[in-house]
Design a protein around this ligand. Structure first.
Ligand code: CP3
Length: 361
């Protein structure tokens, strides 16, 4: 993955850059040479080279070292030939930079020392700027230089999913404390989400200014809410983040799990692309999202653990159903599981490209 020297050879294809890549074109609902593919959590524990480099480095520390961020982000691009890289980081990195004491515990996820439950707790979340996350600014710049024509996706957690970790103090199945606060003290809830939207927007701006080609807003746990509650308690805040980036001109992807009932509302938040999990076929999802947005998804990550003929049939089905959408970025319905054989991921990339290649001209 090195940058080609512009103009080195007049017979070379003109270098068009990541803004004209198959991934960005699909996000913009423009035709491209093939359906682009990348995988959520492609940089991570399914790769032996990742486990090796992380052997003696804690997760948060690795997110704060531009050399490691760059290497880990490039690993799946080199190995699989995916159409986009995603910045190696975590959704809690900006909240830690904003002053919240937390750690990422192996096998558990983010754990917050003192959960946020009061107005005074909300005030502990400071606004951030580039000086608070200079390691992200530096890593993105290094990556953009290394990646050449391959686009880099920046990302952040959406206010609801971040609030869930901060209020619960860690991962939760029911989000009970989060919902209790939301229903019991709507003013405090909105104050918390307002503060988180500021942090998220600032974090995405840093990445945009440093040169990412697209951004993804992860609202992984939004599917825990009814459509009515999503619209009342979450949509205004996610909308502020996504519309706050409109002036960058970058494609914005909005993703959650278990969001079949929320797909239309999530599209209304201002995304160009809506991420869909495996529960909703892409043609059905497109019916709910409308013709003005592309879709991303939606292979069940567990299918990758099945024999190859099963994987192949599912990939073909998803490409078929994705044709109903005005743009399709192939992905999983959620992140790569650590036990996935990386060779299967490489084969999926090759298959998606082969099946979807359109004749030039
Ligand atoms: O997609 C990528 O390859 C980029 C890297 C990335 C990570 N986290 C690295 C990571 C991204 C995009 C995230 C986002 C993230 N983090 C989300 C949203 C996406 C989703 O999965 O829904 C969420 C909810 C988190 C919070 C979080 N961080 C969880 C639930 C975990 C897993 C806990 C565990 O160990 O099983 C983490 C830790 C984490 N983030 C790891 C990685 C590679 C594993 C830590 C390790 O390797 O030691």
């Amino acid at each position: 993955m090195t940058t080609t020297t512009a103009g080195a050879d007049a017979r070379d294809e003109p270098r068009r850059g990541p803004a004209d890549s198959p991934f960005v074109r699909a996000c913009r609902r423009e035709p491209g040479p093939h359906t682009p593919v990348w995988f959520m959590r492609q940089a991570g524990r399914s790769l032996p080279e990742y486990r090796e480099i992380r052997a003696n480095v804690a997760m948060l520390e690795s997110c704060r070292r531009p050399d490691l961020v760059t290497e880990i982000t490039l690993q799946p691009v080199r190995r699989h030939g995916v159409d986009a890289a995603i910045l190696f980081s975590d959704i809690v990195v900006p909240v830690a930079a904003a002053g919240v004491e937390l750690d990422i515990v192996p096998g558990t996820g983010p754990v917050v020392a003192e959960p946020i439950r009061t107005a005074a707790d909300v005030d502990r979340i400071r606004p951030i700027d580039v000086t608070d996350v200079s390691y992200v600014d530096e890593a993105v710049r290094l990556l953009v230089a290394e990646l050449g024509d391959t686009p880099l996706i920046g990302f952040a957690g959406a206010p609801f999913t971040l609030a869930s970790y901060l209020v619960e103090g860690g991962p939760s199945r029911t989000h009970a404390k989060t919902k209790a606060l939301m229903y019991g003290d709507p003013d405090l809830w909105h104050a918390l989400c307002d503060r988180l939207a500021d942090v998220t927007l600032a974090f995405l701006r840093v990445q945009a200014d440093a040169g990412v080609s697209a951004v993804q807003l992860f609202d992984s746990w939004a599917g825990a809410l009814s459509a009515a509650d999503y619209r009342r308690f979450v949509l205004p805040h996610s909308t502020r983040v996504l519309t706050g980036l409109a002036d960058t001109g970058l494609p914005r992807i909005h993703f959650g799990v278990g969001t079949a009932e929320l797909l239309g509302a999530m599209g209304e938040a201002g995304a160009d692309v809506v991420g869909v999990d495996w529960r909703t076929p892409l043609d059905v999802a497109t019916g709910r999202i409308g013709p003005d947005r592309a879709v991303q998804g939606n292979l069940d990550p567990c299918v990758l653990l099945a024999p190859w003929p099963v994987v192949e049939a599912e990939v073909r089905r998803i490409l078929d159903q994705g044709r109903a959408a005005p743009g399709h970025v192939f992905n999983l319905g959620h992140g790569v599981l650590p036990e996935t054989d990386p060779e299967v991921l490489t084969r999926v990339v090759a298959l998606v490209h082969e099946v979807s290649t359109r004749p030039a001209g």
